[in-house]
Design a protein around this ligand. Structure first.
Ligand code: AMP
Length: 435
């Protein structure tokens, strides 16, 4: 096969400079939010044991993992999320460290999803985990930092969908449905296949009362968050665990209101998420322009134990950087970053190439981005090229000027040029705008 036939693997993308810049911009915002909230960055492997990644991921994610045997015959997979890796660390290496842990990671994630807008097989997440606290203020913090990220990234309108898996699981467990049956029902609910989910509940031998309660709950939603939770409580009367869960959700939402974290929220009693490890509050931020979530998270109090660690309650969230990029483009929210000046350094003849390299270094040393003409082009051609690429300045190195310790600086937009002493070069360039 000729090399001309090569293209990226389905679902994998190249990021050209403009997209790469946007992605790194959002990554930078995510890292800044981590710093502001005291989350320390860690870096975990992209390849992990299949057993670890599949333990509690849920059927949906498990069936979409990139799994293979490495050359040593180990069953490994590309990470389909960060949480399992972070939980592994806390269960092992960090197990004797004082709690709470606030940990942040950012990087690529792999899932064999059907490629479409906002859905790829390689995508990027920023991930925050708060481990060691079972208190509602920890859940509230995860919501607040997500709000900070959405806001500082530049999104103008977004909303959080909030629920609590303890409500549905509380009812189902009191009806003696085991974890497997519960997981299957919640998977269907996650896909909004409520009728199928209810049918499964019915077939599992649940009571009439349970079915009626669930039927009422899946219809319950609204933006007056505390009121919706009050109504949930009325419906789950008699189911003790579900009542505790609703009370917990109430406390979290009350803390959010008290914190003055201004964010549109929608409570949905029938909201479920595909990952199996959640035990409490769950959340998905979204924007009106996209019908897919920008992130997903929640409380998972038993995962670390499952990996052999001390019982460690935890709450966390992952944000889809690719989807935040899409949302920003749709909302035209990218703040106009102060464009850096760009300079092309051009020697007028071969013998001055070394001087051109030296001058470019002088510029970079004071923080100016400089490129050197490397194609051996004549000045006129090199200027034409710098202009085509919308660079701001050309610094032309000529023999006569050099003898006087000077260079020619050409403002490419204004098409003006003047001879400037080398000591004044940076000042001249920094002090001027292209437009
Ligand atoms: P999840 O935990 O599955 O809800 O994933 C968390 C977030 O990761 C989602 O809300 C998306 O923003 C992002 N995400 C998940 N799957 C994909 C995908 N196939 N392509 C792009 N982003 C994704």
């Amino acid at each position: 096969m000729g090399t001309s036939a090569f293209k990226t693997v389905r679902g994998m993308r190249d990021f050209l400079p403009e997209q790469a810049k946007l992605m790194k911009y959002i990554e930078g915002k995510a890292r800044r939010v981590a710093e502001l909230y005291g989350y320390k960055e860690i870096i975990t492997p992209i390849v992990e044991p299949y057993e670890l990644l599949s333990a509690k991921a849920g059927e949906e994610v498990r069936s979409r993992m990139f799994v293979f045997k490495d050359l040593g015959g180990r069953d490994v997979a590309l990470r389909p999320e960060f949480t399992a890796s972070v939980a592994r660390l806390v269960a092992t290496t960090l197990k004797n460290e004082p709690k709470p842990f606030r940990l942040f990671c950012v990087g690529s994630i792999y899932r064999y999803d059907e490629p479409q807008k906002g859905r790829y097989r390689e995508f990027w997440q920023s991930n925050y985990e708060l481990m060691g606290s079972d208190k509602p203020e920890a859940d509230a913090e995860i919501l607040m930092l997500t709000n900070s990220l959405m806001k500082t990234a530049g999104l103008k309108k977004y909303c959080f969908k909030i629920g609590h898996v303890g409500i549905l699981r509380g009812i189902l467990s009191e009806e003696k449905l085991d974890d497997r049956a519960q997981n299957a029902i919640l998977q269907l609910m996650d896909k909004k296949l409520y009728e199928d989910a209810l049918r499964l509940v019915e077939h599992s031998g649940a009571s009439k009362n349970c079915l009626t309660t669930l039927r009422n709950l899946v219809k319950l939603k609204g933006s007056k968050t505390l009121e919706v939770v009050e109504r949930i409580k009325e419906h789950v009367e008699g189911y003790t665990k579900a009542m505790d869960a609703a009370e917990n959700l109430y406390e979290i939402l009350k803390l959010i209101l008290e914190s003055r974290c201004e964010v549109d929220m929608n409570v949905e009693a029938g909201f479920a998420r595909g990952l199996e490890y959640y035990t409490g509050m769950i959340v998905e931020p979204s924007v009106p322009e996209l019908d897919i979530a920008l992130g997903g998270g929640g409380r998972y109090d038993r995962l670390i134990e499952l990996f052999g660690g001390e019982p460690t309650p935890a709450v966390g969230i992952a944000h889809g950087i690719d989807r935040i990029m899409l949302a920003l483009q749709l909302q035209k929210g990218m703040e106009e970053a102060e464009e850096e000046k760009t300079v092309m350094v051009i020697p007028v003849k071969e013998a001055l190439k070394g001087e051109a390299l030296k001058t470019s270094q002088v510029l970079r040393d004071v923080g100016i981005s400089a490129e050197v003409e490397v194609m051996g082009r004549k000045v006129a051609k090199a200027l034409e090229d710098a202009d085509r690429r919308k660079m701001d300045y050309a610094v032309i190195i000529g023999e006569r000027e050099l003898k006087e310790g000077a260079v020619v600086i050409r403002n490419l937009l204004k098409r003006e040029q003047k001879t400037v002493k080398i000591e004044k070069m940076a000042e001249t360039i920094k002090g001027r705008q292209r437009s």
